[in-house]
Design a protein around this ligand. Structure first.
Ligand code: FO1
Length: 306
């Protein structure tokens, strides 16, 4: 059994690769970027993983359903609503079903299981918690939800801080803890360390469990040099006072994992990272097609000899 901790867009390629190589995979999903909009509960990271595994993800955008239409959004615009968050018509059905089920008393874990069944996804997708956990970004103009910072305001303002609201009270999903405990290997996907992986690590029980099993935990870096493959990881790392490099990442993860895969171009950092007590592996990290996803996944699965 393999468990992978994942965010959305930055993680989905490796998640797909891992699932293509192993039949018993748990994906623990971030929920910090969940967002209420038009009375619907959106879980972008959970949906990106499920759509990716169901092979219906819009790969160019990295979110939403491929070839979706936007009639619903157009109508909201006519009603005078803000439409900065591009919800497709089929995607809206996912949010509506989830919201109705929540209103009928189901929890996010059960709803996610139901979604996996409906999309014929065999891997288990497990929300890291069923409690409220919200990533908020502080800028010089104030504090906003992550989706507002990145999508509505296009990540323009200087980031001063990142908060995980609710982390102190959030209970880890017992299924997530059991999955990590029972797995041969636990992988930290190359998601944004502050906004995809960070919210999960901010839950005390998750961090504690990972630190207990850190010898079998392997992280895959989302960086080459001081640049992320995609998205604002570098900007958030800088704001959090973390060196923007795979060394900075390794330092951030050093209490929860003993193994890291960095890009071959960053091989020069090996000694420095090893000084943190971590094993370092290098590979080509950029995944452009399914072959790359599978190659990196099989490389990651071959490492760690506990
Ligand atoms: N990201 C954008 O940059 N613009 C969008 O309009 C947008 C819509 C959207 C709709 C559904 C969904 O599941 C994700 C969506 N995303 C959009 C991605 C999302 O904002 C983030 O990339 C993730 O939350 C981070 O993992």
């Amino acid at each position: 059994m393999i468990t992978i901790l994942a965010g959305g867009t930055g993680s989905v390629k490796l998640v797909r690769g891992i699932v293509s190589q192993s039949s018993n995979v748990n994906v623990i999903s971030n929920v910090g970027d969940n967002y209420w909009l038009y009375g619907m509960y959106l879980c972008p990271d959970i949906d990106t993983i499920i759509y990716g595994l169901a092979d219906i993800l819009d790969y160019d955008r990295g979110w939403g359903i491929t070839k979706d239409t936007f009639g619903f959004l157009r109508q909201m615009e006519i009603f005078g609503e803000e439409t900065w968050f591009r919800i497709g018509d089929r995607d809206a059905a996912t949010h509506l079903m989830r919201t109705n089920m929540l209103k009928n008393g189901k929890n996010l874990s059960d709803i996610t299981k139901w979604m996996c069944e409906k999309f014929a996804v065999e891997a288990k997708v497990i929300p890291v918690t069923d409690n409220s956990l919200e990533t908020r970004i502080t800028t010089n103009k104030g504090e906003v939800h992550l989706q507002e910072y990145w999508v509505k305001y296009r990540g323009k303002d200087e980031v001063e801080g990142i908060q995980y609201i609710g982390a102190d009270k959030a209970r880890p999903n017992p299924e997530a803890i059991n999955a990590m405990h029972d797995s041969e290997r636990v992988i930290i996907a190359p998601g944004n360390p502050l906004t995809s992986i960070g919210p999960m690590l901010s839950i005390k029980g998750v961090r504690k469990e990972l630190s207990k099993i850190k010898k079998k935990v392997i992280a895959v870096s989302p960086l080459i040099g001081d640049k992320a493959f995609s998205g604002p990881a570098a900007k958030y790392m800088q704001a959090a006072g973390i060196e923007v490099s795979s060394y900075g990442l390794a330092k951030m993860y050093s209490d929860v994992c003993s193994n890291i895969v960095i890009d071959t171009k960053d091989k020069g950092l090996t000694k420095q990272i090893e000084s943190l007590g971590m094993k370092v592996y290098d590979a080509k990290l950029k995944m452009i097609n399914k072959n790359d996803e599978q190659a990196l996944a099989s490389f990651v699965l071959k490492q760690i000899h506990v």
